[in-house]
Ligand binder design. Structure first.
Ligand code: RUB
Length: 308
């Protein structure tokens, strides 16, 4: 197995590379490295080895469809190549294109999303979404006076990354523990979160606790926005597939010996926010309603994907 594929996949599994956008670009990078390092000349062996590499990459984290989409965008058309050299060229070109488009989408979402933020707004964000942070930072750069409450996001505490990112931008930032969300919501005007996956019926799959933030926002009549590239829309859910919710090690929650062995620990790391809690999804194509996800998926993937 290609060593780059193995080590990038391991870094995703260990959360050294994390966040749905970054893992998608890392997945595309892994298949690109596979192509660059491939020295064989037999197309059948190349295809088989590529299938194995893709499997290792996709197995690294199950929930974010961005990884699946990033890898599938990279391997598109490879099976139709006439030889190994052509297959390698297609792979390298596709993955570079995916990475460039992904970075461009993040910038466009920042520009579009910043328009939803007004001078004087207090914002809440959850976990560590580079796309949501991009929106907030862009509004700040435009001179809007904003305050941000960022949740700690147990157990991995990605909120620590978020407050570091926001304060580096010079934004007035307050860290809160996850259980303070409902209390603090009274002071908040808008919530901006990222996405790991958005289903064809407009539900959001994101860091565990996102649905509780959405519930508290709904109760307090606070607008709830999702910042998401359209490659986080899941074509698989068009056919009714469910999104697999990743469960991680109990060592992320408790220290050894802290609780009796008889006590079970359940550590799901994502949850599902139904579409009726979402005021808008800010994508690189514009601000859309959760009800439009199906149409975008159909346009993007058509029936071609469904036949694969
Ligand atoms: C990260 C998380 C983020 C999304 C979007 O979870 O839930 O909100 O992945 O991130 P984890 P981005 O830390 O478990 O990967 O906007 O950066 O793509």
């Amino acid at each position: 197995m290609d060593q780059n594929v193995v080590s990038i996949s391991q870094d995703i599994r260990d959360m050294k590379i994390r966040g749905a956008g970054r893992i998608a670009r890392a997945g595309a990078t892994a298949v690109c490295r596979f192509a660059e390092g491939y020295s064989g000349t037999d197309l059948t062996s190349f295809s088989r080895d590529l299938d194995d590499a893709v499997k290792v990459i996709l197995d690294s984290r199950p929930t974010a469809v961005s990884l699946w989409n990033g890898v599938h965008a990279s391997i598109k058309g490879v099976k139709e190549a006439s030889g190994v050299e052509e297959a390698k060229e297609i792979l390298i070109r596709n993955s570079n294109e995916f990475i460039a488009e992904s970075n461009e989408a993040v910038q466009n979402i920042a520009r579009i999303g910043a328009k939803r933020i007004e001078d004087g707004d207090t914002i809440m964000t959850h976990c560590n979404s580079s796309v949501a942070i991009g929106v907030i930072a862009e509004a700040h750069r435009q001179g809007k006076d904003i305050k941000v409450y960022a949740t700690e996001s147990r157990p991995w505490r990605q909120g620590i990354l978020t407050v570091n990112d926001l304060s580096r931008e010079g934004i007035d930032t307050t860290l809160i523990i996850d259980s303070a969300v409902r209390l603090v919501m009274k002071k908040v005007d808008k919530v901006f979160v990222g996405a790991d996956t958005i289903t064809s019926h407009g539900a959001l799959v994101n860091k565990i606790g996102t649905s509780q933030v959405a519930l508290a926002a709904k109760e307090a009549r606070v607008q709830f926005y999702v910042c998401s590239e359209t490659y986080k829309f899941s074509p698989l859910t068009l056919e009714g597939d469910l999104v697999k919710i990743e469960e991680r090690e109990i060592s992320e929650v408790v220290r050894p010996g802290e609780i009796p062995d008889s006590v079970k620990v359940f550590n799901p790391v994502f949850d599902v926010t139904p579409s009726q809690y979402i005021d808008g999804i800010i994508t690189e194509l514009g601000l859309i309603s959760p009800g439009s996800v199906y149409d975008i998926l159909e346009k993007k993937f058509g029936t071609e994907l469904m036949k694969e």
